[in-house]
Design a protein around this ligand. Structure first.
Ligand code: MTE
Ligand code: MO
Length: 209
């Protein structure tokens, strides 16, 4: 009797875990344990003493940080699931970086209430657009470590954007600047027929989805 009870409890707990795991894979995605590299162009190499990150756009005063200034900002360690539009999902990826919110605190956003969009600019010309409200509540980071090590160039090092709640093309590698603008403007993939917003849970892969 007791034995039966215990083994039944064990089986049902396992089933719950499997279901919880499956629930983390958005529709049309499959789980991978690799970390695929997807880049539309060559991988740029950047010397840290020449690296800068800027915030500019339709704002009175922007900012420009050196690598050392960037590293002095409060950082966070985060574990998140990432979803590429080519259908792979990778669970529990571990990063360290600065919340976009922390970076934007340095800008007078209240004095610029009409700013509604952030356009991420990467070295090499890649761009992607994100609504400002999507990056304000600890939903996005500029990360410089992956799995406890400096971010490698093929994955966007020295630093990349990480916006895990949207398809991974929004997470611009080799980030150089944010442009804050009033009117939305599609970035690299958004201009090429991909969805303007890209919510993996709504399967917003292409324009019109
Ligand atoms: N600068 C830049 N960022 C980019 C891309 C790119 O081509 N250039 N590709 C995007 C796409 S489509 C994906 S899926 C992810 C891939 O990141 P990974 O190569 O680290 O897996 O980066 C995104 N960020
Ligand atoms: Mo992608």
């Amino acid at each position: 009797m007791a034995e039966n009870f215990i083994s039944r409890g064990f089986v049902s707990k396992r089933r719950v875990d499997d279901a919880a795991h499956k629930e983390r894979i958005p529709p049309g995605q499959y789980e991978t344990r690799d970390f695929p590299v997807l880049s539309a162009g060559p991988t740029p190499q950047t010397q840290l003493d020449r690296w800068t990150f800027s915030i500019n756009g339709e704002i009175a005063e922007g900012l420009k940080l050196t690598w050392n200034e960037f590293l002095q900002l409060p950082s966070e360690s985060i574990t998140v699931d990432i979803h590429c539009v080519t259908k792979w999902t990778k669970l529990d990826t571990k990063w360290k970086g600065v919340a976009v919110e922390t970076l934007l605190e340095k800008i007078d956003l209240e004095g610029n209430a009409e700013i509604k969009h952030l356009i991420a600019y990467a070295k090499g010309g890649y761009t992607t657009n994100i609504p400002l409200t999507d990056v304000l509540n600890k939903n996005a980071w500029v990360v410089y470590e992956y799995d406890g090590k400096p971010l490698t160039p093929e994955h966007g090092g020295p630093a990349r954007l990480l916006v895990p709640h949207l398809y991974f093309w929004k997470s611009a590698k080799w980030i150089e600047s944010f442009k804050l603008v009033k009117e939305d403007r599609p970035g690299f993939w958004e201009s090429a027929g991909y969805h303007n917003y890209g919510d993996p849970w709504k399967e917003q892969r292409y324009a019109g989805d």
